[in-house]
Structure formats: structure tokens, C-alpha cells
Design a binder for this molecule. Sequence first.
Ligand code: UD1
Length: 420
Amino acid sequence: MDKLVIEGGKRLHGRVTISGAKNASLAMMPAALLASGVYHFSNTPNLRDVYTMSRLLGSMGLFCELNGNDLLIDANNITSLEAPYELVKKMRASFYVLGPLIARFGEARVSLPGGCAWGPRPVDLHLKGLEKLGAEITLEAGYVHAKCQKLKGAKFHFDISSVGATGNVLMAATLAKGTTLLSNAAIEPEITSLARMLVKMGAKIDGIGTSQLEIEGVDTLNAVDFETIPDRIEAATFLIAGAMTKGKIILENTNPYHLTSVLEKLEESGCKIDVTGESILLEMEDIPKPVDITTSIYPGIPTDIQAQWMAYMLKADGTSKITENIYTDRFKHVPELLRLGADVQIADNVAIIKGGKQLSGATVMSSDLRASASLILAALVADGSSEVLRIYHLDRGYEAIEKKLIGLGAIVKRVKSELI
Ligand code: UD1
């Protein structure tokens, strides 16, 4: 199992190209179950989660091949309507296959994802939405078994705004008979991009980019070529790395509009930010000011940068507060940050971070994707050397992270490790 060895204290400078968005790819790929034909997805990130989704689709008879960042999916031959536990347990986004399968084939058997490192993470809204469209859902031996003759359009309100449930129900509604009205739908850019791809496939969707979606079902859809949007979470992580190390970095291939709330907070903390087209320049000369954040749905501060922001605030000259409103116990990174010398206290969904203490290198353990990113950020500014173990979590969501960091001047080495 690989680990990263990081020498702290280097100021980051230079240019880095941001990859395609993991969470956009993971929604686009299952959409290929909606129509036969050959799909080409450009700007696809080379990530473990993309390989896992390819394996899952492969187990259903589709052919997936990633050449550089071009993903080809041949969806002409679908041989299985089942998503097995072995793959779903590796990645919750596997649950996305449920909506397309039931809509197109009238049947699906998908393992329940179970919990994850930071809590239970239910799928009740996915199931309620599909039931509203007419799917009969039973739970058998840890699997969701969904059946229907033909889905029928319906009104459905998401009690909580959910990225995954919106994607699933939206995909299903494209092939339902009649009109579906979805309210309190997620408006995260990855869902908006999925909706745009579905429209290119021939779906009829109004209200894209808003929380009210109106979908007029069609009989069939077509395979398409589509470009994956830039990864806003990867971009935010590099911006924070630049800010923490008092660096000067330029991000290429971003969509700055997807990052407005994060850019605003970075400016509040003292960074100079300059946006030109798809590039973002960040320059930081001072010790950051303490800045509180509250995670929320888009366009608010994403929960997926909460752990990285906490690492940043360890450098601030004062105390700051993080309120985690999406996953209220998503604080697995805290005990590991404490091992690097951090002063963080948690009470319910609130973290109080006392900045200004010099961190010192240590061996730390990744527990999940964004926690790993936060440990790497902290290690970049710690005295001496740190080892970040179990970085397979990182490989799920950051394409070539150590190469990109090295390109910006960091001293980072990937080492094969026997430690787990
Ligand atoms: C997606 C992202 C993940 C991100 C999260 C929140 C992907 C592959 N993953 O996850 O990186 O952290 O959005 O932005 O895109 N909920 C329910 N019932 C459900 C579904 C969700 O109660 O059926 C709750 C969740 O517990 C959570 C909230 O809704 O509190 C939002 O979760 P959701 O948007 O569904 O997250 P995911 O789609 O799983």
C-alpha cells in the first residue's frame, strides 16, 4: 500500500492544470446505461473511482476504455442488471446505476451501499423518488430489487437536497412516460452537467441549474460525446495549498464560477486572487486571517473542502470555527491533524481551530479522500518530514496529486509501503 513522504516548508509556485471532476464523471458514466451506442467522454480524470465505475459497467456488459483522459464507453451490449456488493461497497456512486437500469429495462438489482468513514449516509431519497415514478422496491439480502412495467412521470420533492438522489431520479425520469416535476433538486455543477449531457442525449429537461426540474419523458435516448467539467474540489484544494505555503500559483482549466464561495473566503483570509477566463491566480504573502466557514449545498462552501479548510486555518493567526452542516460527524481527519500538533476541538458539528501553532512532521493515517487531502496540506507546512499512510483514498479523487505538487515545488515522494 502506497504512502506519501512529504518534506514540509516549501513555498508553492508555478502552474497546475486541474483535472476533470470525479463527481461529474461518476454521474455521466452510468447515464450510458440509458441508451445503446458509443460514448466519448473527454477530460475524464484517471482515478480509482473512475476505474471502479468502469469495472461495474464492465460487469454489466459495457466496454469501457480510458486512453489518457478520453473515456470510451461502448454500451451496445448490456448483459446484466445487477450491481454487486463487491463493487458498490468500494464506491457509493455505484448506486447511480439504479435509476437508468429501472427506467430502461424495468428491473435492477443493486447492492445497498452501507455506511462510510464519516457516518451512515442513507439512500432513502433515491428509493422514495424512484418509487414515486412507479418502481416497486424490495430489499433482499442487502440488495435493492427494483421492478416496474414502465416508469410514469410524477411530482417529487426531495426533503433534503441530495446530489446522488437528484442524479438517480433525474436519469430515471428521462425515460418515464409523461412529465416529472422535481423540487428541491440539487444544483451542484456536477448535476447540472449531467442534466446537460442528458439533454444532448435527447432528454427533455427544463429548469437546468435551478432546484425545480421539469422532465418530459421520451421513448429513447442516444449515445453522445461530452466533456467533463473541471474538478472544483481539486481546484479548491490546490488553492488552499498555495495559500497555506505563502505561495503564488496559477490554476489552469478551472471554472471559477463554480468556486465563488471558496474564492471569497480565500480573499477574506488575505489571499490575492485574480481570475482570467479559465485560470485562477492566487498569491499569499501574509499569515492567513482566521475565517469561519459553514458547509452547505451549492453554491455554498462544499463539505468536500471542509477538511482542507481546517488544515489551512491551523496556520491562521487566531481562532476560527467550522460548522459542518452536510455530514455532521465528518471529522475523521481531526485526530490525525492533532498528531501533527494541531489544536482543534469538536463539539457536535462544530470544530474550533486555534491557529498559529507550528506543526511538526509525523506519521499520519488517511481515513477518507478529503481527510487525506487535509493531511497532505498540513504536512506541506509542518516542520520536517511527514508520512501519510493509506493514500489509496487519495488516488480515488486526486489525479496525479504528487506529480502536480512536485511541479509546484513541493518535496513529495510516493513510496510503496507494507504498513497499513
Ligand atoms: C455527493 C458527492 C460527495 C459530496 C456530497 C455532498 C458524488 C459521487 N459524491 O455525495 O463527494 O460530499 O455529494 O456534496 O457526487 N441524504 C439522505 N438520504 C438520501 C441521500 C442523501 O438523507 O437518500 C443526505 C445525506 O446523508 C447528506 C445529504 O443528504 O446529509 C447530502 O448528501 P448527498 O448530496 O446525497 O451526497 P452524495 O450524493 O452521496
